[in-house]
Design a protein around this ligand. Structure first.
Ligand code: PMP
Length: 392
């Protein structure tokens, strides 16, 4: 009999089969060093707008400390429905088609758990947010990765999608604007994808958490295309647009059957999202859009500077249409993305994330967040330039 390790005896095969997030390693290393410029974090550098914080304080003063409805406060769900209609021309019934979740993270988890049966395949378009493939596995499914490349500006092509579909394919996970590439897809490009989705009767999990951060035109949602709304679950939240990562508040909109299945899981595992955070989110939607516009303006200015600078120091970088990440190529340095990130951190104390942690198509790139001050970005560029010169 083979010897089992202690951990494999005590923990499930499913959990043992997934790896911890590759981003953590660099955070841990960077946090033990001084004079670091971190381009590693995936969160806004802004503090939540004051009016939003005040609404939370006021809710506590008024004693709103009990549970809310499982799906979230109805006032908040109505406001989310208004927001989706106004911003994206998508109509949802606040009673049946919206759940307030503990971040987009929970929404992704329960969306997968409510649609996947053992052995189902879920197509994960990569490079992408690190949680998708592990969450598919934890839901009992098999993630099928499709790697996009810089040649297509990290957009999914119809051909790639067709090649990945089998008779076990249940769903596809899309995320545009994308983390880590910043790539966006236009409505016309999404129409090509929608046609194939329809033909193969797939469900789309569309993570649109960066929808507000779209810099060259309006955000396009696949749910806007013909019959797609009935097969698309939109995952979103307050973390990025409203600078509310620590509040842990997200939401999901979609067809009633999938939303009610998700609500079953949510009510047992979460009961409801934090009441005080929900009061803050209500205020965010009612009065926070001006703040969002200002933050987005600032990200756009930083993007323009940052992307141009990478080209100037000799790292090719496609122009990211959204989110707050640049994803330059480091292929011409001869290093792997892991080597590049480690050497850069040790030599110049700039923390970036190696592209391979985001899945297929990520190797040969580094993710650099520009959710930090222009001053920091300028210093980071100077340090990366010095690092490149030192070995070229
Ligand atoms: N989706 C994407 C694409 C993300 O980048 C992130 C956060 N980095 C999340 C979801 C998780 O967001 P939340 O804080 O709402 O859980």
């Amino acid at each position: 009999m083979t010897q089992k390790t202690k951990s494999s005896l005590r923990t499930s095969n499913l959990v043992n089969s997934i790896q911890p997030s590759g981003i953590r390693k660099f955070f841990d290393l960077a946090s033990s060093m001084e004079n670091i410029i971190s381009l590693g974090v995936g969160e806004p550098d802004f503090i939540t707008p004051w009016g939003v914080r005040e609404a939370c304080i006021s809710s506590l003063e008024r004693g709103y400390t009990s549970y809310t409805a499982n799906a979230g406060m109805i006032e908040l769900r109505i406001e989310i429905a208004n927001y989706m209609k106004k911003q994206f021309q998508l109509e949802y019934d606040p009673k049946e088609q919206i759940i307030v979740t503990v971040g987009a993270s929970e929404a992704l988890d329960i969306a997968l758990r409510s649609i996947v049966d053992p052995g189902d395949e879920v197509i994960v378009v990569e490079p992408t947010f690190v949680s998708y493939a592990p969450l598919v596995t934890l839901a009992g499914g098999n993630p099928v990765s499709v790697g996009t490349t810089a040649e297509t500006n990290f957009r999914l092509t119809p051909r790639q999608l067709k090649e990945a579909i089998t008779d076990r394919t249940k769903a596809i996970m899309l995320s545009f604007p994308n983390n880590p590439t910043g790539s966006t897809m236009s409505l016309n490009e999404l129409k090509e994808i929608a046609k194939i989705v329809e033909e193969h009767d797939l469900i789309v999990l569309s993570d649109e958490i960066y929808a507000e951060m779209t810099y060259d035109g309006k955000h396009a949602s696949i749910a806007n295309i013909d019959e797609m709304k009935d097969r698309t679950v939109i995952i979103s939240g307050f973390s990025k647009a409203f600078a509310m990562t620590g509040w842990r508040l997200g939401f999901v909109t979609g067809p009633s059957d999938i939303i009610s299945a998700m609500l079953k899981i949510h009510q047992y595992s979460m009961m409801c999202a934090s009441t005080m955070a929900q009061h803050a989110a209500l205020e965010a939607l009612q009065t926070g859009m001006e703040d969002v516009k200002k933050m987005v303006q600032s990200y756009k200015q930083r993007r323009n500077y940052f992307v141009k600078s990478f080209e100037e120091i000799g790292l090719p970088c496609h122009v990211p249409g959204g989110a707050f990440y640049a994803f330059p190529s480091i292929k011409n340095t001869g290093f792997t993305s892991e080597e590049f990130a480690e050497k850069l951190l040790l030599a110049e104390r700039v923390a970036v994330v190696p592209g391979h942690v985001f899945g297929a198509g990520g190797e040969g790139h580094i993710r650099c967040s520009y959710a930090t001050s222009l001053e920091n970005l300028k210093e980071a560029v100077a340090r990366i330039d010095r690092f490149l010169v030192s070995f070229r």
